[in-house]
Design a protein around this ligand. Structure first.
Ligand code: SAM
Length: 291
C-alpha cells in the first residue's frame, strides 16, 4: 500500500463533486501529516494553526451542520472498506466541501486520538471564537461567564449544559483552559459548535461589563442572596461562576450586581463548578423552559 498516495475524490451519491478536497491513504503514524495532527494536542500548535481535533462521526457531522470549516477528515480505512454507509456519505460530504480526507490505518487513528479503540472518524476543524464586543443579550436571555476555569472536563460539561438550556454564550475570563483542547471538546459532546465562546482578559471583561445593561449574577460561597431570588425573566442575565479552587476573585465579585448562594446540606464545602453552573443555568432558564 502506498503511504499518503493522492487519489482523486470519490463521487458523492448524486455524482457531483464541487470544490473537491483530496483523499490520501496513510498507514504509518510516523507520516508527517499525522505528526502535525498529533501536535494539535498541544495548545501552542492549536494557537499557531487555529485548528483543533474533534472525535467521532456524530461530532464531525454536528460541526459540518453548524457550518464550521472542516479542514481534514480522518477516517478508518477498515470501516470504509466494510461499507459503513454513513461514513461513506460523510467522506463524500467532506470532499465536496473542500476538506482533505485521510483514509487511515487503526494505528494512525490510535496515534491521533492517543487511546486504544479510537473512533472511526476524526475531524480537524478551524476554531471559531466570538469577539466579546459582538456579544449582545436580549431581555430574558442568559449567558455564562467563567472566572479562570481550569478543568477541561468542567468547561466541556458547562458548554454542553449551556447548550441544553439555550444559553446564548460563554465568556472565558482571565487564564482559562483552552475550549478547543481534546478533553474539553470530548466533554462538550458537540456543543462546542452550538455555544458561542468569547475570551477576555480581566480588564477587557470589566470594560465590556460597564456597557452591559443586563444583570450580572455572581455565585459565591459568601453570597447572601438565595440563587432562586433574582428575577431572571425581565433583564438579560450573565451568570458569573468562580474558579474551582479560589472562587470568584474579589475584583470579579465586585463587578456583580448580586452574589447568590445555592443552599447546601451535609459536609461538602461547595459544589463542583460544573454542577453549580448546571443548577444556576436551569434556574435562570426555568421560565423559558417551562419548568
Ligand atoms: N473554595 C472555593 C470558594 O470558596 O469559592 C470553592 C469554589 S467552587 C468549587 C467553584 C465555583 O462553583 C464557585 O466559585 C461558585 O461559582 C460555584 N459554587 C459552588 N458551590 C456553590 C454554592 N453552594 N453556591 C454558589 N455557588 C457555588
Amino acid at each position: 500500500m502506498t503511504d499518503a498516495a493522492d487519489r482523486p475524490p470519490r463521487r458523492a451519491a448524486d455524482g457531483s463533486i464541487s470544490a473537491p478536497g483530496r483523499i490520501k491513504e496513510i498507514a504509518s503514524p510516523a507520516n508527517p501529516i499525522v505528526k502535525d495532527i498529533r501536535a494539535l494536542a498541544q495548545k501552542r500548535h492549536r494557537d499557531e494553526t487555529g485548528l483543533f481535533i474533534v472525535e467521532g462521526l456524530k461530532l464531525v457531522l454536528d460541526g459540518l451542520d453548524a457550518g464550521w470549516e472542516l479542514k481534514t477528515l480522518v477516517v478508518a480505512k477498515a470501516a470504509l472498506e466494510a461499507g459503513t454507509e454513513v461514513l461513506t456519505r460523510a467522506v463524500a460530504r467532506a470532499v465536496a466541501s473542500g476538506s482533505d480526507v485521510i483514509e487511515a490505518s487503526a494505528k494512525v487513528l490510535e496515534a491521533i486520538a492517543r487511546r486504544d479503540n479510537p473512533q472511526a472518524a476524526i475531524g480537524i476543524f478551524r476554531r471559531q471564537l466570538t469577539p466579546l464586543a459582538r456579544l449582545a443579550l436580549a431581555p430574558g436571555e442568559v449567558a455564562v461567564a467563567l472566572d479562570r476555569v481550569r478543568d477541561p472536563g468542567n468547561l466541556g460539561t458547562i458548554l454542553r449544559t449551556a447548550d441544553a438550556v439555550g444559553a446564548k454564550a460563554a465568556i472565558l475570563v482571565g487564564d482559562c483552559v483552552d475550549p478547543f483542547s481534546l478533553e474539553t471538546v470530548r466533554a462538550t459532546m458537540g456543543s462546542i459548535f452550538a455555544v458561542p465562546v468569547a475570551r477576555a482578559r480581566e480588564a477587557e471583561f470589566l470594560a465590556w461589563r460597564k456597557g452591559f445593561s443586563g444583570k450580572v449574577v455572581g455565585t459565591h460561597m459568601a453570597g447572601t442572596v438565595d440563587y432562586r431570588a433574582p428575577d431572571y425573566g425581565s433583564a438579560a442575565t450573565l451568570l458569573f461562576m468562580g474558579n474551582e479552587q479560589a472562587g470568584l476573585s474579589a475584583e470579579m465579585a465586585g463587578a456583580c450586581d448580586v452574589l447568590v448562594r445555592i443552599p447546601q446540606a451535609g459536609r461538602a464545602d461547595s459544589l463542583n463548578l460544573a454542577v453549580a453552573t448546571g443548577v444556576m443555568l436551569f434556574e435562570a432558564r426555568r421560565g423559558s423552559l417551562g419548568l
